[in-house]
Ligand binder design. Sequence first.
Ligand SMILES: Cc1ncc(COP(=O)(O)O)c(C=O)c1O
Length: 367
Amino acid sequence: MNKDKIRLMRPNVGKEELELIKEVIESGYLVEGKMVKEFEKTVADYLSVEYAIACTSATTGLELALRAVGIKDGDEVIIPDFTHPATALVIQTLSANPVLIDIDVFSYNNTARLIEEAITSKTKAIMPVSIFGNPLDLEPIMELGKKYKIPVIEDAACSLGAEHKGKKVGSLANISVFSFHPRKVFTTGDGGLIVTNDQNYAELMLSMKKFGSGLTPESKPGFIRWGTNYRMSDILGAVALGQVRKIDKIVNDRIEKAMIYNELLKDVEEVRIPEITEDSKSNYQTYAIYIKKGNRDSILDKMRENNIEVQIGTYALHTQPFFKNLKRVGNLENSLALFNNLLTLPLHSELSKDDQILVVNTLKELL
Ligand SMILES: Cc1ncc(COP(=O)(O)O)c(C=O)c1O
């Protein structure tokens, strides 16, 4: 048995972030301030977007986005069945109804065709997911949004640093939202970021994030709408700033390691490796392979017994008790197949080539 645990993920945080945290603590101002501002400016430039708004998680960021586009009681929002529960939960938080649709079996993402089949007069937003760091093909989805006058909110929780046709994820949808949970390539422990080029949405989300603050009709600072507190503390802002300064390095390192897995696995007939199209750049937040023989669960257990941390891909929401009565369009067969057969392999900057060889050799033996 492999004696040192091979971890699924490790955060890329260290000296740079510690120095910045020290500055915050020495300043005596810990609530959202200088660091968060600097982070928002840096990440907006990096993504080529007008507005970047830090918040407490992707879940709270998606909630603000849905509120900004006016989602309310009884509205339908189209989402993939194959996603993290948060994608559906935020819609239910507003008493609106998630509509589950299938995904493409190769990209693991929604397509414009699948979305259009689910649009009704009740559809008030489309919320596709760029899953595992593999960017959505958003152009045709944005066309749909224009055709039916429905805003497109991208759940980009996994996908900071990914690109499609040379454009960064975050620069294409009406609003995109990223997560900084430690399973993501960029982390602040917990945290999130909303980006948009729409001034009206940006102002609404900024105001709601800070208790509904804004200018009263007499142009005085006051409280002018519903709001809450989804501010990011400046300590986390310091971590975020440290992270964004090295995002390209983090992403390129992951791509290199993903290519090593691709090479090691290319002749293993029992698995299918992630298929990223030539016009896409994935950040490989999740390197998930498809186990063709239907024995994913036993392989997952045995890899873990061998001290190799592995995971499923993500959930087919309709299989989960809380979501089983949600509206569905189509048979969701691809989502179910991926839920049952994907296996996520360890991938992080401290993983050596020898570790990757060990992971693949263990997998081959089990297959
Ligand atoms: C696709 C997707 N959406 C939303 C979330 C929620 O992110 P957070 O934990 O930052 O709220 C996740 C988290 O894993 C996710 O993978």
